[in-house]
Design a protein around this ligand. Structure first.
Ligand code: PRP
Length: 205
């Protein structure tokens, strides 16, 4: 049985449809219930629905053999897993954004609100810029509006959240998309099943 950690939500739905299209369907996943584990015994796949930011944790600790995770999470947490394939889904950019009337002042410490502390540190590391990082867990766009931060570092997909909150993108510095990852020992012991799936997916992406 191949255990697949699928991110709950928008990205997970897209990824499940992709996997189903190449033969790894599990119809019961559409049942309207609170179950988190779905199995297709015949095909030998078991889907585990997990929070997107937890996918890499399940895979790294061998609770799942493979998983689908945003490149943002891989860059931020650097889990000890194999990155097998860019699924070209959930494409977005990691960006710096600020209030639309924001003017940069190099002489002041820059207050940066973000969910991605390590990415933010790395981004400013080479710029010789003093920063204070304010770690948030969501709705990051509120921070500049309320004066909690000067800028944010966050994902921008359609740009709607930025626009609707009167912010502007100051800099886009990383392209992000969903990646198929594997646990290192599963990649050895379940190599045949994993390779078969990767080969099928490679054709459609
Ligand atoms: C993400 C991201 C942005 C938004 C970008 O937030 O952090 O806020 O989506 O998408 P857009 O450019 O298409 O508007 P998410 O919906 O995951 O919620 P969160 O604020 O709770 O992190």
């Amino acid at each position: 049985m191949l255990n697949i950690a699928l991110p709950k939500g928008r990205l997970g739905d897209k990824v499940y449809n992709l996997l189903a299209s190449v033969g790894y369907d599990c119809k019961s996943i559409y049942d309207d219930n609170r179950k988190l584990v779905f199995e297709n015994e015949e095909l030998g796949v078991r889907y585990l629905l997990v929070k997107p930011s937890d996918v890499a944790i399940y895979v790294e600790h061998n609770a799942a053999d493979i998983g689908i995770v945003g490149k943002d999470i891989l860059l931020e947490y650097e889990p000890d897993v194999y990155e097998l394939l860019d699924l070209k889904l959930g494409k977005c950019r990691m960006a710096v954004a600020a209030k639309s009337d924001y003017v940069e002042d190099q002489n002041r410490t820059l207050r940066v609100a973000t969910k991605f502390v390590n990415i933010a540190k790395e981004h400013y590391a080479g710029m010789n810029r003093d920063i204070d990082i304010i770690k948030l867990n969501g709705s990051v766009e509120l921070a500049p509006i309320l004066g909690l931060a000067d800028v944010i570092i966050d994902l921008v997909e359609s740009g709607n959240t930025i626009r609707e909150n009167n912010l502007k993108v100051v800099d886009e510095f990383k392209q992000i998309s969903a990646r198929l990852i594997a646990n290192k020992s599963s990649y050895v012991f379940k190599k045949e099943e994993i390779s078969q799936m990767v080969d099928s997916l490679r054709i459609v992406v």
